[in-house]
Design a protein around this ligand. Structure first.
Ligand code: SAM
Length: 234
């Protein structure tokens, strides 16, 4: 998968991309991530990228010309259409695991991180194919949301995580939360690891985990479970 990210703060995203799973994914050639500084397409000698909002009010708005020029040039270099051009925005569709699963099958994605008051609506109306929010709260810029999206997608690409089953058994993959996890030592400060996990009985461990997942989901996130079958009133 190839991901291009347009940002006004390229240095902000470099460290997370250069560590841990995202770093290994790129080193293995499973994900290619290119960060583009919008200012390279800025206007005039000051490389202007934003301006005051028409109609007044606080905050600056990212101007359309640099964004159009940047997207067009990246599109031309790619040589084929992006599967999606995604604007990270609080009023977009909320990112969840099914959406991450679908997007992880993409060949190439272009992400736009907004700033200040956001980006000119004409970019959203014509260039952007999908708008994604990472939750109902407002951050200062789209860089952290873009990193959240990139991480959520990259770990689903076969080969990125050593044990593929690990990602598939994580919370939300099949509508349930993950089971509790334990490691050594078997006793710590008077607390023991559930006996079944050290029993070596694989089937018993699987059943225990399923029970735990269901119990935890019922307790913490009952909204994830399908509604109980209502008995029809005769
Ligand atoms: N005026 C915008 C609004 O109220 O919808 C908020 C702009 S926000 C201060 C600046 C940028 O941060 C946005 O353009 C967007 O790229 C990013 N952003 C902030 N919160 C976000 C969220 N929850 N999900 C995705 N992107 C977000």
């Amino acid at each position: 998968m190839r991901i291009d990210l347009i940002t006004v703060l390229p240095n902000l995203v470099r460290s997370p991309l250069d560590h841990s799973i995202l770093q290994r994914a790129q080193e293995k050639g499973l994900v290619e991530i290119h960060v583009h500084d919008l200012r390279d397409w800025g206007l005039g000698s000051y490389r202007q990228i934003d301006d005051l909002p028409y109609g007044g009010g606080g905050g600056m708005v990212l101007r359309p010309e640099p964004l159009f020029a940047c997207v067009e040039s990246l599109q031309e270099n790619l040589g084929e259409p992006y599967d999606e051009i995604i604007y990270l925005t609080p009023d977009g569709e909320t990112l969840d695991q099914p959406l991450a699963n679908r997007l992880s099958l993409s060949k190439n994605l272009l992400l736009i991180a907004g700033h200040y008051k956001g980006i000119d609506q004409r970019v959203r109306d014509t260039l952007v194919t999908r708008e994604i929010s990472i939750g109902d709260y407002v951050l200062s810029g789209g860089e952290l949301p873009a990193l959240v999206l990139i991480d959520a997608l990259a770990r689903l690409i076969p080969g990125v995580i050593g044990d593929a089953n690990s990602a598939l058994s994580d919370s939300f993959q099949d509508g349930l939360l993950d089971a509790p996890a334990y490691t050594r030592p078997p006793e710590f400060n008077g607390m023991s690891v559930p006996v079944v996990l050290t029993s070596g009985d694989h089937n018993a461990i699987l059943s225990w985990r399923e029970e735990q997942r269901l119990e935890k989901t019922q307790r913490l996130r009952p909204d994830l479970l399908p509604p109980k079958h209502e008995e029809s009133v005769e």
